[in-house]
Ligand binder design. Structure first.
Ligand code: PRP
Ligand code: URA
Length: 209
């Protein structure tokens, strides 16, 4: 389980309470999704590709380690992953953004990929997949496979809520992928929704309910 990183922080719990609350409107829901994505980004960047540059302060020159922003690609899984993008780009404005469109079939709960647009040369990049919800793990596994088919070797995934069955599926099928999770919830209901969860993340972000 050393590939599963739980981000334990009261500030994240505080914000998840706002997401869970059924009375939270889309505007605030979007803002809080972004804020949590930003907080999770701090954690994932502990593994960021870096380089050393020389910086001239008003007093002297100093060698300084910085992040190689152009070696990082973020890939939201549409739709709900889009809600996390601004939280990451607020910290790393130069990252490139790919998109994978994935929708769960409501009956089978299996994912169907409906679009894929990725930057060139992801094989030597750190690719960060974004999706607030890791439920059965079907969408995540399919998206990771798409990235691997395009050559990605260094893949991280940021989720906000996850359940043990989804974590198990991803870690079994893709043991090389690091997963960053804000909160592990109890289980799935018979419709594949996370309990206690926050409902349908895409619908709450985009107001389509
Ligand atoms: C949601 C969510 C994940 C997926 C998780 O997307 O954003 O992508 O379900 O479920 P899984 O782990 O069982 O695959 P959904 O298919 O509802 O599409 P949307 O983001 O467009 O609402
Ligand atoms: N997708 C969601 O948006 N919510 C869930 O609880 C499960 C999958």
């Amino acid at each position: 389980m050393d590939k599963v990183h739980l981000i334990n922080h009261i500030l994240i719990d505080h914000k998840i309470a706002i997401l869970r609350d059924e009375t939270t409107k889309s505007k605030q829901f979007r803002e809080v999704i972004e804020e949590i994505a930003m907080l999770e980004t701090l954690e994932v960047l502990k593994d960021a590709p870096t380089k050393n540059i020389m910086v001239k302060t008003p007093l002297e020159q100093v060698e300084q380690t910085v992040i190689k922003e152009n070696s990082i690609v973020i890939v939201p899984i549409l739709r709900a992953g889009l809600g996390m993008v601004n939280g990451v780009t607020a910290l790393l404005p130069a990252v490139k953004v790919g998109h994978i469109g994935m929708a769960r079939n409501e009956q089978t709960l299996e994912p169907v990929e409906y679009m894929c647009k990725l930057p060139e040369n992801i094989e030597d990049k750190m690719v960060i997949l974004l999706d607030p919800m890791l439920a059965t793990g079907g969408s995540a596994c399919a998206a990771i496979q798409t990235l691997k088919n395009r050559g990605a070797k260094n893949i991280k995934m940021l989720n906000i809520l996850a359940v043990p069955e989804g974590i198990k599926r991803v870690t079994e099928q893709h043991p090389d992928v690091d997963i960053y999770i804000a909160k592990v919830d109890r289980c799935l209901n018979e419709n594949g929704y996370i309990l206690p969860g926050l409902g349908d993340a895409g619908d709450r972000i985009f107001g389509t309910y």
